[in-house]
Write a protein of this length. Sequence first.
Length: 137
Amino acid sequence: MIRLRAPGYRDQVTDTQHPFLSTIGAPTPEAADGKATLTMNAGSEHLNPAGTVHGGMLATLVDTTMGAAILSMVEDEVPATSQLTVTYLRPGKPGPLTVTAAVRKRGDRLTICEAEIEQDGKSLVHALATFALKETS
C-alpha cells in the first residue's frame, strides 16, 4: 500500500483505484521499499491503429509505477517527473503486461528510477526517469 500526497490535499491511501489509472483500466501499483509492480491485461482499447499496445499507454505505465516506487520510500515529499526516457524494444499485443520499477539513486531533491515492461517473458520497454521531489508540508 502506498500513500499519495499532494499540497492542499489529505493523504489518500491507495488501497482503492486511483482515478486516472481506473480511466485507462490499470490497477494501482503495489509498492514497498523503493520497488513497485503493476500487472494488467492490455485489451483492444489499449491498441494503436497498427494493432499493438499504444506507446503512450506503455509510457504511462512505467511513469506511474516508478512514481509508486518513489512514494514507497518518502515521507513528506511527492515525486514529479522531470525527465522520462522510454525505449520501446518490441511491440506489445493484447494480453498480460508486467511493469516493475526500482529506485536507483536518491539525491536531496532528485531521484533516478528505472522500469521494465515484460510480456510473455520478453522485455517490451525499458525506461529511465528523473523525478523532482517536492515537499508537501
